[in-house]
Design a protein around this ligand. Structure first.
Ligand code: FE2
Length: 213
């Protein structure tokens, strides 16, 4: 389908998906002032002839060119458990397949990400800065944000600093932005602790989509 970006909202995200974010292991590739601030899992799905299958691999590779922060090396992430992944498949079927070309097959990458921040450290949703992921489409879906400031998600075609962002919004619970990764660079502002002295974090699912044969 031809579109630049679509903003939408999913009303009832399965509680099993939401709860699974409490059990994400730390991503040991990244630290902020000695704190692990990024917690994640990753799994892949194939969508062939309108059917989803789970792809057992969980290696993740980006070229140095795509990610100057942690590109150029294979990163291995813990995978998402089957039950939760099945809920994700249902969510994709209900909400996102409609935006894809019905005559094509696709590969999906599913990233569960919790970014934490605290009194002593900032959380960086996108430590590598403005970038493209190297796929056809990317979806950023907010699951929940707790007691944070910052965290605005942004899209921009032209990285010229005096050009305005094409999209800049704090995605609230259930809200998503589905965009053309070939066209837009994306970024999310760092997060800092909100007013209350309690746990602060931002949970999102990032879905990468690429056409396959
Ligand atoms: Fe990205």
């Amino acid at each position: 389908m031809n579109f630049d970006f679509i903003k939408g909202k999913i009303k009832n995200i399965n509680i099993k998906i939401t709860e699974s974010f409490n059990k994400l292991p730390p991503d040991k590739n990244e630290k902020s002032k000695n704190y692990f601030f990024r917690f994640r899992r990753y799994s892949r799905l194939n969508y062939i002839s309108k059917k989803f299958t789970m792809d057992p691999g969980s290696d993740f590779y980006q070229k140095k060119k795509m990610n100057r922060y942690s590109g150029g090396k294979i990163r291995r992430f813990a995978s998402i458990d089957k039950k939760t992944l099945n809920h994700v498949i249902e969510l994709i079927k209900k909400n996102f397949v409609i935006f894809l070309n019905p005559n094509k097959n696709y590969k999906f990458g599913i990233h569960f990400l919790r970014i934490k921040c605290g009194n002593n450290f900032v959380g960086y949703p996108v430590p590598e800065g403005w970038h493209k992921d190297g796929f056809d489409f990317v979806i950023v879906l907010n699951i929940i944000s707790k007691n944070i400031m910052g965290g605005t998600t942004r899209l921009k075609t032209n990285m010229n600093l005096d050009k305005k962002d094409d999209f800049a919004e704090f995605l609230k619970k259930g809200e998503f932005i589905f965009f053309d990764d070939k066209k837009y660079n994306h970024y999310t502002d760092p997060i800092t602790i909100g007013k209350e002295k309690k746990k602060s974090f931002r949970d999102t699912i990032v879905i990468t989509i690429k056409t396959s044969n």
